[in-house]
Write a protein of this length. Sequence first.
Length: 463
Amino acid sequence: MHLIPESWAHLHMLVSVFPSVGLLIILGVYASALATNNEFSKRTCLALLAIAGALAIPTYFSGTGSAAAVAGNPRFSPAMISAHQTIGYVALLTLVVMGAAAAYELWQYRTTGYLTRLGRNIVLASGGVTLLLMAVAGEQGWEINHTELFLDPAKQMTSQYWSHVHIIVHHFPAVGLTLALALFITALVANNNGLKRVSLVLFAIFGILGAPTYVTGAAAMWALKDMPGGISQAAINAHRDMALISLFGLAATGITAYFELWRYRYLQRFSNKMLYLTLTFAVITFGFMAETGHRGGQINHPEIRVDPLPVDANAFWSPHIENLINNVIWFVPWQTVHFFGYSIVFGTVLAVVLRIFGFWKSVPFSAVHRILPLGVFGVAMNVFTGMLMLMADTFRYVNEITFVPKMFFLPIGAIAVLYFSLSDRLFRVKAGEDAPATAKWVAALLLVSWVVVIMGGRLLPYV
């Protein structure tokens, strides 16, 4: 089982991302709970923050053990390790303060029945400081082991920024899915609708983030190819196989979660069948994500390798999919479906935006809200076909100048759609009424995002 650590370095890789990426997600949910004044969600987040504070202990010991294990290895810079440890220890100290404050708040609630404003402020302040320190320590830690970040850009087949972004962004679906799953199970056991909604939103967000994670990973492959250090294409293909399955698992979980959020808006109750279907997708995807992370970690972390890396690049099906899609007979149909998906997305976006800007004021927003699943269906079509097309010609796509804004605005445009399904104020806008100002700003962002995404895709062959 790859979730069972086999060395100090392995344990450090498993636990260190939770006090950093995990803390950002928990604090975000905590802020949402404060905004909605959901007491159960507040206490759940405080419990998770207290656990995050306790994770400072294994993070400290595993980090110290990892440093000792790699001491003397010429691959690892002693100066960089020392700088990483120094900032890391300060970050862990503030993490302990935050965890202790969260634990005290929970104890305070058990004895008095209410949460204090002072405790909330201490948790938020210490959590914010910890995030900043963890970001610095994390960047230093990644630079220790990821030597591809320092290769000569002129000699690389793709920009090293793809690799850098992948190192950062791939933690969010992995850690985020884990935390969302924990929150979702807690919400199901406690039957708390507020926490159920939060969990479903997280599933939808991390389902969206699966696309840029996969794309940046495909681009990073070109920075790793033929790099000194024994990184083989076979090891990369092993990771790619599982990453593609994980991408579709994240998409299935996110889409199911979104449709249940959309349905809840009308019925004001959840369907147990849909909730447990989402749970099933999430648990299965969690298993795939664990294997994906393990295979990815072995590519560039020789200190955690127990078994030898694969050597036969053709033993995996990713290169065979590449060859298949590269055939015009197969590429053209997927491209056609891809364009059709964008048409559905833009048509849905345009209808929603026009109503929010006041062009169709005779229609209540609740009527426009009903067509949102069409846009989600179009996005799902694009993710599926887009990833297959990317596999067919990754090198050309990631080196085209219009592909960068396309992939930057894609998650922004997809996540913005969630606002229209979550805003109570917007949903209550009746015929003849203006949409709130916030909705207009979000609608403008949504329209700009999808215009850039579509234009970026269409200009790929010409710029």
